[in-house]
Design a protein around this ligand. Structure first.
Ligand code: MN3
Length: 198
């Protein structure tokens, strides 16, 4: 069974002007598709071929001889999660409920959470990801390098921002901070984060 590129949850131009259709054309249509194609080629006719994406990630994590499979599998998970972490007319408020209570308890409020998330995204050296996760029920901001992903560190991802250059270079060139600020202010899907927390 081969993996397929998941359907983007909005049109390719739906995140404009913050992320252009051209960026999504390359990032979703080319980069993400390549991770899918590579993963399928790497697992074909192996014991991993009938496993779920998460099983493949756990099975190959920390094994240097399996790093190509891990990198492509984890990047598939990370990108599918990133697309769902955004929506047109995002940003804004978090919904009432257990997630909002946890945000107040851990960060003192949404503005402090956003400041910490921005700092993590900007300070990630080189390619990687900034994440809001829950670990044993407690919220945390973390960053990961390259394809690394929170699930293998005992963390449940709630929201992510891709900070590989391919995520922003066409629209923002070297200004990663401007891209991160745009995503946080205008695109983040707090309903998705809340649904992942519960
Ligand atoms: Mn990417």
């Amino acid at each position: 069974m081969a993996f397929e590129l998941p359907v983007l949850p909005y049109a390719q131009n739906a995140l404009e002007p913050f992320i252009s259709a051209q960026t999504l054309d390359f990032h979703y249509g080319k980069h993400h598709q390549t991770y899918i194609t590579n993963l399928n080629n790497l697992i074909r006719n192996t014991a991993l071929a009938n496993q779920t994406l998460e099983q493949i990630i756990f099975e190959t994590a920390g094994k240097p001889e399996k790093s190509a499979i891990f990198n492509n599998a984890a990047q598939n998970f990370n990108h599918a999660f990133y697309w769902k972490s955004m929506l047109p007319n995002g940003g804004g408020k978090i919904p009432d409920g257990a997630f909002k209570t946890a945000v107040s308890k851990t960060f003192g409020g949404l503005e402090s959470l956003k400041a910490e998330l921005k700092a993590a995204a900007i300070s990630q050296f080189g390619s990687g990801w900034a994440w809001l996760v829950s670990e044993n029920g407690t919220l945390k901001i973390v960053k990961t390098s390259n394809a690394d992903t929170p699930m293998i560190h005992g963390q449940k991802p709630l929201l992510t921002i891709d900070v590989w250059e391919h995520a922003y270079y066409l629209d923002y060139q070297n200004k990663r901070a401007d891209y991160v600020q745009s995503v946080i202010d205008n695109l983040l899907n707090w309903d998705f984060a809340a649904s992942n927390f519960s």
